[in-house]
Ligand binder design. Structure first.
Ligand code: UDP
Length: 240
């Protein structure tokens, strides 16, 4: 299966379905980026981050923002929540006797996430895990390279996790690595995902903003600005 990228504000996003993305990620090494409007807006201002996204081996639209943006541009691509793709990857790798490592979240959160995943997923082999509040990237990177996992899940928030993974690409050339934001908190059971109805309507962001009002300043003015920019892009080719 080849990648089929659709462009949004200069960034290529893979147009895979969930199952296709899972298959592709399971059979390719490299960096998976779960992209959202905040990341695109940041990449526009930060060349290093822009390069990380452009050089990723797989870019999936995480959340409704990018799905809507693509729709405005006339492209029909379904969102792929990172938290779901991450879990499905763990299941897939475990079935295939491949190893897993996890880096990120608070110490007690990653512990609990590991414990819960182990009780839920048969044959799960976690060869390394570490919380996300370390002072030396090099030390943690050295340890994970020694553990040599087939799948590495990094949950440090963006853009930290994308930079962290990017700098591991050379030393872990055979690993599939994905940045997963707050997913470990969900797997640990300390944060709940939005109820199904919010997920279905693409309103998970609204639920999370109600639960954690400090997220508001992450969404505004970034999200409306992003939509405006996408409209402008559409307008310059056609009309919004
Ligand atoms: N985090 C971390 N180290 C840090 C900063 C954040 O491990 O230095 C973790 C944090 O504990 C949380 C995740 O990164 O588990 C970020 O979650 P957030 O909800 O910000 O991510 P999002 O899903 O919104 O990208």
């Amino acid at each position: 299966m080849d990648r089929d990228l659709v462009k949004i504000l200069d960034y290529g996003v893979d147009s895979f379905t969930f199952e296709e993305a899972l298959d592709y990620a399971g059979s390719h090494s490299g960096q998976i980026v779960t992209i959202n409007p905040e990341m695109i807006e940041f990449a526009r201002k930060n060349q290093n981050f822009s390069d990380v996204i452009s050089n990723a081996e797989l870019v999936v639209p995480d959340g409704i923002g990018v799905e809507i943006g693509l729709k405005i541009l006339g492209k029909q691509v379904r969102r792929i929540p990172g938290v779901e793709l991450g879990k499905a990857l763990i299941v897939k790798f475990s079935k295939e006797n491949r190893t897993v490592a996890m880096i990120g979240a608070k110490p007690e959160v990653v512990e609990l996430a590991v414990k819960n995943l182990k009780s839920e997923i048969q044959n799960l082999n976690i060869v390394y895990y570490h919380d996300g509040y370390f002072t030396s990237d090099e030390e943690v990177q050295k340890q994970v390279v020694e553990a040599n996992p087939d799948l590495l899940l990094v949950a440090l928030g963006s853009p930290k996790q994308e930079f962290f993974i990017n700098s591991l690409k050379q030393s872990l050339p055979n690993a599939t690595m994905i940045g997963l934001g707050g997913s470990f908190d969900v797997w640990a059971g300390v944060v709940n995902r939005a109820p199904k109805i919010y997920q279905k309507l693409g309103l998970e962001w609204l639920y999370r903003t109600i639960k954690e009002p400090q997220r508001f300043k992450r969404i505004f003015p970034t999200l409306p600005l992003f939509v405006l920019r996408v409209c402008k892009e559409r307008f310059s080719t056609n009309k919004c």
